[in-house]
Design a protein around this ligand. Structure first.
Ligand SMILES: CC(C)(COP(=O)(O)OP(=O)(O)OC[C@H]1O[C@@H](n2cnc3c(N)ncnc32)[C@H](O)[C@@H]1OP(=O)(O)O)[C@@H](O)C(=O)NCCC(=O)NCCS
Length: 179
């Protein structure tokens, strides 16, 4: 799958427009069953608070939020969490991968994951980990891009509209040299 050349992936910084775009995307994704830590209906203030705090962590260098932009429209995001415990300086976590409904199926998530992995290498992170919901998660996508399935935890979280769901844990070695 080739992503449209019009889509540009770059790190996100806090601005009212970016936070509003992230807020609206998160609310839409959760409303349509995306398992990204929140319940439906997600209050705009709660979505705003989450992204404001996440971007503040990014400003402290603890994580990077990447955005896929179609002009001035935010067409996807992923977070690379770099703030790992002192005995895991070689590891990073992938979180909050999401693409709005109208932009799905165009390779944007795969491109965001590729950019996040490159960024992890830049930060000398040789191991990536993530988890995804067993139902309606992105397991096939992660397996396509080389993540290894480590196992599942049953009844890990509530789905956005209620009901427990398990989670699948994945890992991938990057091109960075392991310690
Ligand atoms: C999962 C999500 C990010 C995928 O975004 P996307 O931009 O449509 O994905 P892509 O177009 O990059 O897909 C890349 C490949 O993975 C496959 N894929 C993506 N999501 C998939 C899914 N949920 N189930 C099965 N296959 C999937 C695509 O078919 C495509 O395969 P192909 O290259 O053989 O055609 C999007 O559906 C989403 O935001 N979902 C809700 C939030 C969520 O679940 N995020 C993951 C949290 S762990």
């Amino acid at each position: 799958m080739t992503m449209s050349p019009a889509i540009e992936i770059k790190p996100l910084a806090a601005s009212p427009a970016t936070i509003a775009a992230l807020r609206d995307m998160l609310i839409e994704v959760v409303a349509h069953g995306g398992s990204v830590s929140f319940m439906h209906p997600l209050r705009p203030d709660d979505a705003t608070a989450f992204w404001t705090q996440s971007l503040a962590a990014a400003a402290r260098g603890e994580r990077t939020l990447l955005g896929a932009w179609d002009g001035d429209v935010l067409a996807g995001t992923v977070t690379l969490i770099l703030d790992c415990p002192p005995n895991q300086p070689h590891r990073a976590e992938i979180a909050k991968l999401m693409v709005p409904l109208g932009y799905r199926g165009r390779g944007i998530a795969a491109a965001l994951m590729g950019a996040a992995e490159s960024l992890a290498v830049d930060h000398h992170r040789s191991l990536l980990v993530l988890d995804t919901a067993e139902e309606d998660g992105a397991a096939p996508l992660y397996e396509k891009i080389g993540f290894t399935y480590a196992g599942s935890i049953p009844d890990f979280a509530l789905k956005p509209h209620g009901g427990l769901c398990g989670t699948r844990i994945y890992w991938k070695r990057t091109a960075a040299t392991a310690p």
